[in-house]
Write a protein that binds this ligand. Structure first.
Ligand SMILES: [Zn+2]
Length: 177
């Protein structure tokens, strides 16, 4: 106890008070003055992951694609999984497109049936462009039908579209609900 008391006395004796008025001092910046930039740096130092990986930007791709690739790499997209993890109160973490998995980066970009269908469609389209065969009308029509179904279902949450009715008649599928 006596040792602690003497340590406190020693610490207090080292404090030199000036005759100036009391004032607030921002200690996270050498100037002692608060700035938004300094606050931002302080928050980033605590919150941002300290990943030493180097981001390589492709000069051939548009900037928005570079940013998207970077956000995917650092799992920084505001998707349902990440929002729930950060404490946002959201009704569901299910994939907004297929509703068959959690809306995570892995699912959305690599596992979602919509994405795999899309990649397959693009691959078929590329094959038709670069091959000697002409593209089939039926392939294009199938894409229009499936993507319009997924697009409307993901945009209109209050609608309960049924795929089987959509295939018969989209107007009927919308009016049945
Ligand atoms: Zn999905």
């Amino acid at each position: 106890m006596a040792l602690q008391w003497s340590e406190i006395v020693d610490a207090v004796n080292q404090v030199v008070l000036s005759n100036s008025q009391d004032r607030w001092r921002w200690t996270n910046d050498g100037s002692g003055c608060f700035s938004v930039a300094s606050a931002r740096e302080t928050i980033d130092a605590v919150c941002l992951p300290s990943d030493d990986s180097v981001v390589k930007w492709s000069s051939l791709a548009p900037i928005k694609l570079n940013v998207l690739a970077w956000k995917i790499a650092v799992n920084g997209l505001p998707i349902r999984w990440n929002l729930a993890r950060r404490g946002f109160d959201i009704p569901s973490i299910a994939c907004v497109v297929c509703e068959k998995g959690g809306e995570s980066i892995d699912h959305l970009f690599f596992g979602c049936s919509f994405v795999t269908d899309l990649v397959t469609g693009v691959a078929k389209w590329n094959a038709s462009i670069f091959s000697s065969e002409k593209p089939k009308k039926s392939m294009c029509w199938d894409s229009v039908v499936s993507y319009s179904f997924l697009w409307i279902r993901s945009r209109c949450k209050n609608l309960c579209l049924r795929w089987d009715i959509w295939l018969l008649d989209p107007n009927l599928a919308i009016s049945v609900m």
